[in-house]
Design a protein around this ligand. Structure first.
Ligand SMILES: Cc1ncc(COP(=O)(O)O)c(C=O)c1O
Length: 392
């Protein structure tokens, strides 16, 4: 019988390219049994050998080998030193916001995910944290919004649905001078196309439900950092809020991540083709996709990201056309969420941004003619044909 030591002792695969890292994970196979697939430790608790002599694990809410393998893998991919796996992306947002205290000021991208907006407007407000929603693609506006008590900048880049891009490195330079924490929601591009910690951010968060897991079948969230002083209180938040990820969901996410490179490349390739088709359609009045050379933030994107991802939005001529598209799509599914292998189309006004008051929504360009499309990995021709018949 081998001496069963614990998984924490195994090294990361730092020398590999990202396409190989995603396939093999941090430890990857099971060094104790030879299993090529990292095992699911479907257990709530762990046996002690004797008093004060454990196998390195006590209780799944505190640590679980499958969840830890996923955390190590995310830390490796984002180039962080610490990562937390949580039950959803919202839990990850809450975990980062747990660093904010009464009297603090938060600067947030204006066009953020509706759920994050709602937390800032309700939960943070009740906690005594004031939030300024700012167009962070406008650097001057960003600088003007900094206050004495600004504690955190929360960047979604690109934003969703109007795909605005903030210059992460420039924002981080100013934040560093002033001791402000920079958090980046990297859900849309994933570490495959953008690594915010390399650009100077302190914390990266993800809805793992999207591209990382990639199959529209599992919820997950992540927080990654290279700063122990932020990691320790966030780990405590996870433990005491009980926002831990279930071992099976961790395993499904590890499996999803194995194909991250090929999926992201295909999402990107398909989205570009679909964006170009939409741009030339007579009923389409505007296309938001950062991969289009005439996108207002194309240059910033090229500076900090290696790709554009699979999410785009487009505006059609009338509300009636928008509703007809939702009704007429066949292969493309009318559903919320994004980042999975299936193409999903949704209506941000109702599905993702209903929390945002109408006046603010319209200012952001989220009107009743706007549709958001998460371009899947099907054959691009089928996606385009489906849109063409729906737009007829
Ligand atoms: C950019 C972004 N961040 C965070 C979230 C929240 O993630 P979850 O739905 O996994 O809780 C979402 C969800 O749509 C999102 O799009």
């Amino acid at each position: 019988m081998k001496n069963f030591t614990n998984y924490k002792e195994y090294d990361k695969k730092e020398n590999l390219k990202i396409g190989s890292k995603v396939v093999h994970g941090a430890v990857g196979h099971d060094p104790f049994t030879g299993s090529v697939s990292f095992p699911i430790f479907q257990t709530a608790t762990f046996r002690f050998r004797a008093l004060e002599d454990s196998f390195g694990y006590d209780y799944t809410r505190l640590q679980n080998p499958t969840v830890e393998e996923l955390e190590r893998t995310l830390a490796m991919l984002e180039n962080g030193t610490h990562a937390l796996a949580l039950s959803s992306g919202m839990a990850a947002v809450m975990c980062a916001f747990s660093l904010l205290k009464r009297g603090d000021h938060l600067i947030s991208s204006d066009d953020i995910y509706g759920g994050t907006y709602e937390i800032a407007k309700t939960e943070l407000k009740e906690r005594g944290v004031e939030t300024s929603f700012v167009d962070l693609s406008d650097f001057e506006l960003f600088k003007e919004s900094i206050k004495e008590n600004t504690k955190m900048i929360f960047i979604e880049s690109p934003t969703n649905p109007t795909m605005k891009v903030a210059d992460i490195a420039e924002i981080c330079k100013i934040a560093k001078e002033k001791g402000i924490i920079v958090v980046v929601d990297n859900t849309l591009l994933t570490p495959y196309y953008q690594k915010p910690l390399n650009l100077g951010a302190d914390i990266v968060i993800h809805s793992g439900t999207k591209y990382l897991e990639g199959h529209n079948d599992t919820m997950a969230g992540f927080v990654i950092t290279n700063k122990e002083e932020y990691f320790t209180p966030m780990r405590a938040f996870l433990t005491y809020q009980g926002a831990c990820l279930a071992p099976l969901n961790a395993w499904l996410t590890l499996r999803g991540i194995k194909t991250l490179e090929v999926r992201m490349q295909r999402h990107n390739e398909n989205a570009l083709k679909v964006a170009e088709f939409l741009q030339n359609h007579p009923k389409v009045t505007k296309v938001y996709y950062t991969g289009l050379k005439d996108h207002k933030d194309y240059a910033t994107t090229m500076k900090q990201s290696t790709g554009f991802g699979g999410l785009l939005s487009f505006e059609v001529d009338t509300k009636e056309t928008a509703l007809k598209v939702l009704e007429k799509v066949n292969m493309i599914i009318f559903a919320g969420s994004l980042g999975g292998v299936e193409s999903l189309i949704c209506y941000p006004v109702v599905v993702t941004h209903h929390e945002v008051p109408e006046e603010e929504r319209l200012k952001l360009g989220i009107n009743d003619r706007l549709l958001r499309l998460s371009v899947g990995i099907e054959d691009a021709e089928d996606i385009i044909n489906d849109l063409a018949q729906a737009l007829e």
